[in-house]
Design a protein around this ligand. Structure first.
Ligand SMILES: [Zn+2]
Length: 410
């Protein structure tokens, strides 16, 4: 029998930016929606019958975390080229464990930004059918890219298209399989040897083809873009999010703000490459590109934060070395440790802002009356020490749509 859940006593951060409620009550109805939330003095819990009560005194209650940029099916191998030697069946089995790690770490939603051989559709289905425990998954299928150097480094990841018509067809193929978003390479990449990160790739018309196809079905487009021309083309075409944004100058940053663009940072990628280095198997080409890029990327993001771009948490989990599914919160730690944000804003980038970027903010991202009850309960105060978010043992309870997916609260 389904019951009303009452979570009481936790310090609650609702994700809107308001101060913590020190002694809170949060009530979840039988359908998994938030019936009421607020200070314990303001809510009479005795009015509810058929309840299950969770005493969370001394704990921290937050909205479920959202990672707006992951790669399901990739495993964070130190030599990324070795990802090619896994059979899809093995990739799928590993993805089961990785989605479990992700949900256990408090991430209740992930937006996939490209999967080899469209594995993400099947992983999503297995979560939805209850075969495996995992986050809500927004799928993209393959990444749309022009014919260019570097794309064969990740075999099966890209759907190559050239010209307006081919981009339409490529987008339609992903949508046919059930893509929730479309991912397009607007510039070259850091993570493959031939990619020139600053270089513009599709023409404006080609990018428009992708956005047009997405719009027909109400689906957003995520554009991988490092250089200014590529970023601007993507924005002109009508994408919703810019992934990486490394070289964005003042003019481009202004354009992001004017067009309500969400900038997905993936800063942890470079950090992990540089701390592990060549001695731990990082490919030389990748390290060299990253050394050039690191301080520039940090400066760009810093400027974007200061000017008010909506910075959105995205880790690139899976596709870069040592970047593991389940350790997604490292990105938020990066924000704080690099002096870009305070811990509260880092959490907001992975809750409220990330929900907006994914188009899910009507239902998710904050703990407010009427919203879907995706939430996490933590032992340690993440605002005191953001690094505690990395340790999934600190995540005591995870609920998705009011359903308990993890409970190690003793
Ligand atoms: Zn990526």
């Amino acid at each position: 029998m389904k019951m009303i859940k009452i979570l009481k006593g936790a310090s609650l951060f609702d994700g809107t930016g308001k101060d913590l409620i020190e002694d809170s009550i949060l009530i979840i109805d039988e359908k998994g929606r938030i019936l009421d939330v607020g200070d314990s003095k303001a809510i009479n819990i005795l009015q509810y019958k058929n309840t299950e009560i969770f005493d969370l005194t001394g704990k921290y209650l937050l909205p479920g975390l959202i990672d707006a940029h992951v790669h399901i099916g990739y495993h964070g191998l130190h030599n990324t080229y070795d990802e090619n030697f896994f059979d899809d069946k093995l990739r799928a089995i590993r993805a089961v464990k990785e989605m479990e790690n992700t949900i256990n770490a408090g991430f209740t939603t992930v937006r996939n930004c490209g999967s080899v051989n469209q594995l993400d559709f099947f992983v999503k289905e297995s979560v939805e059918k209850g075969y495996i425990n995992g986050p809500r998954i927004l799928t993209s299928g393959k990444i749309l890219s022009i014919t260019c150097s570097g794309t064969d480094y990740f075999k099966g990841l890209y759907r190559i298209a050239d010209g307006y018509d081919q981009f339409k067809k490529a987008a339609r193929e992903q949508l046919e399989m059930g893509a929730d978003i479309l991912k397009v390479m607007a510039t070259g990449a850091v993570m493959n040897p031939g990619g020139v990160p600053g270089a513009e790739q599709p023409d404006l018309k080609e990018l428009q083809a992708v956005v047009e196809e997405g719009r027909k079905l109400g689906k957003r487009v995520a554009a991988h873009a490092h250089g200014n021309v590529g970023i601007k083309n993507a924005i002109k075409a009508g994408v919703a999010t810019i992934e990486h944004g490394s070289f964005a100058d003042d003019d481009t940053i202004e354009m992001m703000i004017d067009n309500n663009i969400y900038l997905i940072t993936t800063l942890i990628v470079g950090h992990l490459l540089l701390i592990h280095g060549e001695e731990n198997g990082i490919p030389e080409f990748m390290l060299n590109k990253q050394k050039e890029l690191r301080s520039l990327r940090l400066n760009t993001i810093k400027k974007a934060v200061e000017k008010g771009v909506k910075i959105t948490m995205g880790s690139d989990a899976g596709v870069s070395p040592y970047n593991y599914h389940g350790k997604n919160a490292c990105e938020m730690v990066c924000y704080v440790n690099e002096g870009l944000m305070n811990p509260k804003d880092a959490v907001i980038s992975a809750t409220k802002i990330a929900a907006e970027a994914c188009g899910l903010d009507k239902e998710l991202g904050t703990l407010e009356k009427g919203k879907v009850a995706d939430l996490i309960v933590l032992d340690a105060d993440p605002f005191e020490n953001i690094e505690t978010l990395i340790d999934s043992n600190n995540v005591k309870i995870v609920m998705k749509e009011g359903q308990i997916l993890k409970n190690i609260n003793k």
